[in-house]
Design a protein around this ligand. Sequence first.
Ligand code: FPP
Length: 247
Amino acid sequence: MIRDEEILNRVDKEKLPRHVAIIMDGNGRWASYRGLLRSAGHSAGMKTLKKILTVAVNLNLEALTVYAFSTENWKRPHAEVDFLLKLFSEYLEKEKLEMHEKNVRLRFLGRVEEFSAGIQNQIREATQLMKNNTGVKFNIAANYGGQDEILRAAQKLAQDVATGKISPAQITASTFEDALDTCGLPPVDLLIRTSGDIRISNFLLWQSAYAELFFTNTQWPEFSPEEFVDALIDFSHRERKFGGVKS
Ligand code: FPP
């Protein structure tokens, strides 16, 4: 416990990002390097997620969004997809009460309606349980793609124009943001990607327009609270200009 506090005390609470997004990459490689099945990497990744969410709760971050399953991940072998879906179900079952006790507000981003009825029920139950919570906004992107999200928002607004609900001029950055899955969340301040690849992979494309990026070679199962805090400290030293000049 004291060690946890020591880790957290390294961060300047005044300079925390409001919204941190994480591409939790490297579960498969972590497992392969150890001669384990990829599924073992995902299970280990689930434990890491729990630890990182705890840090977010203890620091009272405003929002944490993680990339759990992309619209492209269906291309993986059936067994791996099935395992991941089982893991989400297990995670919701095991963690929902603890998340609720920690005042976490859970939300899912993406086409959740394409998951099985069972998982959809679990998602509904868990999000309903936490809907009035006021702590960390914890968002799990599942069956999510940034381009897909933007297209769905555009289609929704086009529909509103077609039915005369709004005029084309009423499509502004603000109304567009309201049509995204992330409606009501602040823009991403810090985007972290583990496991060495230096790309965004269709994650929160609109929301990360001015995000600070943090890439690490550490594979997700090994990503520790210490390194998460390192990323937050690194962020606190970045000079943000949002297209303007240094103030
Ligand atoms: C990317 O690593 C990771 C994923 C596609 C799945 C992320 C899932 C978890 C962290 C499990 C827990 C999540 C929840 C919400 C319960 P990869 O498999 O692409 O790794 P590789 O690039 O090394 O192959």
